[in-house]
Design a protein around this ligand. Structure first.
Ligand code: GLC
Ligand code: GLC
Length: 814
């Protein structure tokens, strides 16, 4: 069953009923001001940091799930009937409900009793504000006297404190109302130089800023007293819970349409010009007023919206493909790329499942996110790499997370996740291959954000590499530390006390537990670092990296191969994890995918056998599960992985993030059919028809789909913020379609299904547009390349020597 459809031409997903199984959300803003908006206008906004600069309040895990957001009430002043065109929270009967989620905007509207209303929400580029373009039409035969009420809840302080510290917070709320603009200035009198404002383009009949007055003390958002009686109270918040609500009255003639603009913004004042007059406590509004005025003019708003569309078209047009598979096309051309922007911006911090107060930006996560993002805005990828590297520790290890606002490593979580440092090499490699900007390696970057500790970025990569060599275990495999990619495989934790965090409970420097996964990652990193060294004037070091990589590869073969698949790890007692010898958790997905991705076993048949085992033991129609058999009980020596009920999350769930590793492995092994088959099993668009099972949005990946051991097999969870986005983009574009930035040029090495007759692609790469046509002549993957009509050896297209910016590439697969 479906709840909507893809409008591919407009790059929108159209939801046709409000009662989706879960809120189906979208992101507004892609630079500094962000919002999350659901298909019923739920959600919240923040500036840069969802914890420290939250602008509006949101209550997670609410009942109903998605309550509170960007609400506009419409009231028929003749009958007193009122509703929200976006359905929640009044749940009124609506006709023609649609929510169009597009690239950086959402339009939600419906019709009730002859009155149509719709709101387009978006954040203009380069501005710290969001616009609600509200349109109201009278489709009746008679004039309609209507009231419109806007409503948001302010929360411009620490969002964590907001849900704990009521004894203080109920006394500090302050607002100002001037010319119909509501200014939220809580804590402005002390150390904040920033405030929020909420403006309306229409003449106001009234306003409210105190929640309890607007709603009435015993009511909720479904029955606000002001809306019910059809008149605001003009309340001014002193303490308690400041909100913003405008009241507009209008009479619409039959057939008449009116637009009202509501604009919510964040603004910073210079520290010494906070107040006006200076000795007062009144917010200086001189610097913000021109911004407010600009966006209360419809023509400016329309122009800003067009700019946003053009911006997104430009980003997406960098890579466009036409294949025989519609699900591939719409994910690659629109939605997967779009999701990669969200994961780049948010890491794992703010969604409907990540509260914005828990985690900052993950070192591992943000480096991997670059794989799907770097081609869109390489300058921002560059900045991110330097920020991440600056949190690296002198040991080469890394803080697991850092705060986006301060850009400092997070001490509460700390480091010792022994895979972390290598992802920096992976991220930098992706950046260099995309841009050819070798200068980044010379950038001086601090360690642990300590002034004076600057070393070239290249030195950071060397220390990342060294980190593992300094931490080898009894089998000469990498020690796992607190965890590797699998945050929940905690082999040094041994927690028997409820409530402890598995990741941070012990800081024990385990000297026994080893990770085969990190072994594979190290081999990949060694090859990447060697290539980087070769291309950047450190050729003498390349051989050394390769030798270390080859040595690790040998170790993985010797101590990390279980007979039919790669082992997962050795535990703190030196026993195998992910082996046929284990009673549960005999085979894990991560080392199968990642060892092969690093090139291990491609020549001697190990890869083929490992992939056969994946197909036999781990593959389900809904994707590949993380391990089998699922852990049926809690194992002290394994940690969080065995804390989940079987089939969920890391305990044998389909953890979508690592499915693309197997997809890539299949492609590398030359099996385009297998690769695309796995790709399709978790492709959200391909799962649209089973939306009642899948439940999450059909246009973005979710972190997890319940595995075969779960009673809800096939049900997705934790949509949007997941490494799945970047890795699937990388897998389909670079390995199945095979359009792969390389150090020397654009490599084209497809591994497509046998039944495909070919595909077309347009890729802008280092200033050149490549028009690529791939045609299947035989059943294999051998590439014959024609560049501008000339046959070329190998599979790499080099930049045209004569400075041309259009190149035609013909590829024949034999
Ligand atoms: C989450 C984390 C990621 C980790 C994965 C597996 O997605 O953000 O860092 O690798 O879970 O545990
Ligand atoms: C990862 C895992 C999750 C775990 C968390 C702890 O996100 O997916 O299961 O609880 O890490 O940080």
């Amino acid at each position: 069953m479906q709840y909507g459809y893809f409008d591919d031409k407009n790059r929108e997903y159209v939801i046709t009923r409000p009662d989706t199984p879960l809120p189906w959300i979208n992101y507004l803003g892609c630079q500094a001001y962000f919002g999350i908006v659901s298909n019923t206008a739920g959600g919240y906004s923040f500036y840069r940091d969802a914890r420290l600069r939250r602008i509006t309040r949101y209550r997670y895990n609410n009942v109903p799930f998605d309550l509170g957001g960007r609400y506009i009430y419409v009231r028929d002043d003749e009958t007193g009937d009122y509703w929200l065109p976006s359905w929640q929270p009044t749940h009124s009967d609506l006709e023609q409900y649609t929510c169009r989620h597009g690239m950086g905007y959402s339009t939600i509207g419906s019709k009730r009793r002859g009155i149509s209303a719709s709101t387009r929400y978006f954040v203009p580029l380069d501005e710290n504000l969001e616009i609600w373009q509200f349109t109201l039409s009278n489709e009746r035969q008679t004039p309609a006297a209507l009231s419109v009420f806007s409503a948001i809840e302010f929360c411009l302080w620490d969002a964590q404190d907001d849900s704990t510290n009521f004894q203080r917070n109920f006394s500090i709320g302050e607002v100002e109302i001037e010319d119909g603009v509501i200014y939220h200035k809580t804590e402005y009198r002390e150390r904040r130089d920033h405030f929020a404002w909420f403006a309306c383009s229409a003449e106001l009949a009234g306003f409210d800023t105190q929640r309890d007055v607007f709603l009435g003390p015993t009511r909720g958002w479904d029955r606000p007293a002001a809306v019910e009686r059809g008149e605001s109270f003009d309340s001014v918040a002193h303490g308690w819970a400041p909100i913003g609500s405008h009241h507009v009255r209008l009479v619409l003639q039959p057939g008449e349409t009116r637009q009202i603009l509501f604009v919510l913004g964040y603004h910073e004042n210079p520290k010494d010009e906070k107040f006006d007059p200076p000795e007062s406590q009144i917010v200086n509004k001189k610097t913000v007023k021109p911004v407010i005025a600009r966006y209360l003019i419809p023509a400016n708003v329309d122009e800003a919206f067009q700019k946003l569309r053009t911006y997104w078209d430009g980003l997406l047009d960098i890579c466009q493909v036409t294949t025989p598979d519609i699900h591939t096309d719409r994910m690659v051309n629109v939605w997967n790329a779009y999701q990669c922007m969200a994961t780049f911006n948010m890491s794992r911090s703010a969604s409907f499942y990540e509260s914005g107060i828990g985690r900052g930006l993950g070192f591992r996560d943000s480096n991997q996110d670059l794989l799907g993002f770097v081609h869109m805005v390489p300058e921002r990828a560059r900045e991110r790499i330097l920020d991440l590297a600056a949190t690296q520790l002198p040991s080469g290890g890394a803080y697991h997370q850092y705060q986006p606002l301060t850009k400092k490593g997070n001490n509460d979580v700390g480091g010792n996740f022994n895979d972390d440092p290598h992802w920096l090499i992976v991220g930098v490699g992706a950046y260099l291959k995309e841009t050819g900007d070798w200068s980044i390696l010379d950038e001086p970057v601090q360690y642990d954000n300590q002034p004076g500790s600057e070393q070239p970025l290249y030195d950071h990569l060397q220390r990342s590499f060294r980190y593992t060599l300094d931490r080898l275990g009894p089998h000469s495999l990498p020690l796992i530390g607190r965890a590797d990619w699998n945050d929940c495989l905690n082999l040094n934790c041994f927690s028997d006390t409820p409530g402890q965090s598995f990741q941070t409970t012990t800081n024990k420097e385990g000297k026994v537990a080893e990770s085969v996964f990190i072994g594979g990652l190290f081999v990949l990193a060694a090859k990447e670092l060697a290539a980087i060294a070769r291309h950047s004037g450190h050729a003498d070091e390349a051989a050394g990296y390769l030798a270390e990589g080859a040595h690790m590869e040998e170790t993985v073969r010797r101590h990390g191969w279980d007979g039919e698949w790669f082992l997962r790890a050795y535990d703190d007692f030196g026993n195998k994890v992910g082996s046929k010898e284990c009673a549960e958790g005999k085979i894990f997905i991560e080392p199968q995918g990642f060892c092969i991705l690093a090139g291990i076993g491609l020549e001697d048949g190990l890869a083929r056998r490992a992939l056969e085992s994946v197909r036999k033991y781990l593959a389900t129609p809904h994707g590949i599960v993380l391990q089998q058999p699922a852990y049926s009980r809690y194992y002290l020596h394994l940690g969080e992985i065995s804390s989940y009920p079987p089939g969920y999350k890391e305990n044998a769930g389909i953890f979508c993030h690592n499915n693309p590793w197997v997809i890539i492995a299949e492609a590398m092994a030359g099996n385009g059919d297998g690769a695309h088959d796995y790709y399709s099993r978790i492709n959200p668009s391909a799962r649209e028809a089973i939306s009642d099972v899948h439940r999450c949005e059909p246009y973005v990946y979710a972190q997890m789909i319940a595995g075969r051991d779960a009673p809800t097999h096939g049900e997705a969870k934790n949509s949007w913020l997941t490494g799945t986005a970047a890795w699937n983009y990388y897998a389909i574009v670079q390995f199945i379609l095979g359009i792969r930035p390389a150090y020397d040029g654009l490599q084209i090495a497809p591994a497509i299904p046998e039944r495909w007759t070919g595909f077309r692609a347009v890729r802008r790469f280092r200033g050149v547009t490549y028009q690529i046509t791939v045609r299947r002549a035989g059943t294999g993957n051998a590439v014959k390349l024609m560049v501008d009509g000339q046959a070329v050896d190998g599979d790499v297209v080099r930049a045209p020597a004569d400075g041309r910016t259009e190149v035609v590439v013909g590829v024949t697969l034999e």
